[in-house]
Every structure is written in structure tokens, then in C-alpha cells.
Write a protein that binds this ligand. Sequence first.
Ligand code: G
Ligand code: G
Ligand code: MN
Ligand code: NA
Length: 255
Amino acid sequence: TNMETDLRRAVAARQIEVHFQPMVDASGKAVIGAEALVRWVHPTAGPVPPAEFLPIAEEIGLGPDIGHIVLDCACRQAAAWRALPGREHLFVSVNVATRQLMEDDLATMVATALDEHGLPPDALVLEFGEKVLLHDGPAIEGTLLRLAAQGVRLAIDDFGTAAASLRRLKRFPFALLKVDRSFIRDILEEGDGALLVEAMVAMARKLKLGVVAEGVETEAQLKRLSGQSCDMFQGFLFGPPLPPAAFGDLLAKPP
Ligand code: G
Ligand code: G
Ligand code: MN
Ligand code: NA
């Protein structure tokens, strides 16, 4: 199809971009990291959502190329931003498709990217969809262990949506749990709206996982969450995904 041809061309010409959404600390005030989100602007059709073009990219074998472009761009930006005053601990959080984890030598690719950009491993978080916990087998577990041993933090993304194995959540070396935004959306509902978030935070604490609440859109939601001992927040309340230059401007402003 045309979409496939256009996507191949865009990847070859490195016309795939990455935007960055702020991740803030428990006070809700300090930006401490950024989630890297891939963007493709089609020359005539305009922006194409990742949910549309990523499955096509995987199908036609462009998954590894796009994965590499995003990781490289995220690491380059992290290195640049960490050079700003007071930003030496900033991290970038990169989404990884489960297929990348199974088929690529992800641990080597990550070590190379960190090395090329002179970054310590704590500058990088890797996000895996909850479905990664549905896969068993030594290959996946081995790669996750290698990444964790390198000092890269691993996060479970969109937690609570895919009914994945809690046993593997405990066994695999994850550091962070990102509570899916659907649960944050419900948090102000009368009665038990906050129940599942409370339960997930309690479980994460027991498993010694840091908690990120995603999709925080209003002050009221943040207020309701403030009693929940989340470690980080993310959502439109703190900022949308921004092009690198705009995210840099945000960092240049005093916190
Ligand atoms: O940015 P947006 O809300 O349109 O993202 C839609 C989905 O695409 C999200 O689930 C997000 O995790 C995923 N996504 C965004 N960027 C990347 C990427 O670089 N790699 C992978 N594998 N998924 C991504
Ligand atoms: O699946 P994942 O969490 O990686 O998806 C990230 C995407 O979620 C971002 O690309 C962004 O478009 C979207 N997003 C980020 N913050 C919010 C928010 O506060 N509300 C909603 N509805 N979407 C958000
Ligand atoms: Mn994510
Ligand atoms: Na998410």
C-alpha cells in the first residue's frame, strides 16, 4: 500500500520524530524525566498516530529501525538536557515493543546507545506493555535480567489493563509500575472510584516497585492522588508530549 511505501521512505530519510512528555516527582512540581513518544507526520495526510503506523511498521519489518531511531534520539536528548544546570539526574523513558524484546539483541543495543551518548544507565527507563508478562521463556527473562543488571530501570506500562501474570511481575526485574490512565480517569467517582488505584499502589509497594500515575489531567485528580504515595505523575496537567526544543524550553524555566 501507499502507507507502507511512505513509511519506508520516511524511515530511510529519518523523518520519524520523537516528542517528550514531562514526568514529574511526587510533589507534582519538578520535572524529573520525559517519556519519549514516536511521531510521524505524513507529507500529505499530516500526523499519523503511532497506534496506526507502528503495527504496519512491525508487519513490514521496520520495527527494529524505528526502535533504534527512537532510542538514539531519546539518548541524544537526555545527554543534552543533563548538561543543563540542575538537570543532571533527568531520565528519558522509552517504549519498547514486546517483539523488540524477543527478536533484537536489546541489551546490546541499549548498552551501545548509552555508550555512544556518554550516558549512565540511570538516564534511561524502558517501558514494556503489560503483555510482556504474558510471555514466558528464558529469552525474555534473560534479556530483562541483562538490562536490569546494566542499571537500566524497567517499567511496566499501562498496568491493570491486560490481566497479566502477577507472578512474573514479582519475578522479573521491574523497577517501576505505570498505572494505566483509565484508572486515574475514574478516581473521582463516588464510592469506590479510587479503590483499584489504592490496591495497585499497595501491591507495588509490597513488590518494591516505584509507582507512576499516568493520565493525570486535573488538579482535582492530583489532589485525590496525593494521599496515595505515588512516586511520579504524568499527564496533560503537567504537559503534553512536546517536540525536543519545546521540552528544552520547559527545562530551562526554573522549577
Ligand atoms: O503518543 P500516543 O498517545 O499517540 O501513543 C500511542 C501508543 O503508542 C502508546 O501506547 C505508546 O506507548 C505507543 N508508542 C509511542 N511511542 C512509541 C515508541 O517509540 N515505541 C513503541 N513500541 N510504542 C510507542
Ligand atoms: O501507552 P502509553 O502510556 O505509552 O501512551 C502514552 C500516550 O498517552 C501519550 O502519547 C499521550 O498522547 C497520551 N497521554 C499522555 N497524557 C495523557 C493524559 O493526561 N490524558 C490522555 N487522555 N492521554 C494522555
Ligand atoms: Mn508508555
Ligand atoms: Na502508558
